[in-house]
Design a protein. Sequence first.
Length: 114
Amino acid sequence: MENEFTGQLKKLSRKQGQILVKLIHRQTGFTTFELIKDYKSGWKAFWSNNTAKLFDINLKTKYAPYNVNEDFLIETILDRAFTRGRLPPQTPATPIDIDQLYDYWEKKAASLKK
């Protein structure tokens, strides 16, 4: 698997790498750091995270659409892609109610306007 994806991963921009780390957490419920640690070793995870930090990527980043606005935006993009059939529906490790998520951010935005 490593040989299959290494070339494509090296071509990602910083932002694409940051989003990939979040999407991995969304789908698995584990951070990329935790997955490397479990499948390789703690030493490999440590060095992978330090190398990623050179590119402003933190392998310990979690996907948090209720706390991070960028993650909310990612979730809305995914929801539209699933609804329109551009991506096959993919259930996240932690279920997300998109309507509840929209309501949460609308209330947050309204409270900031006051």
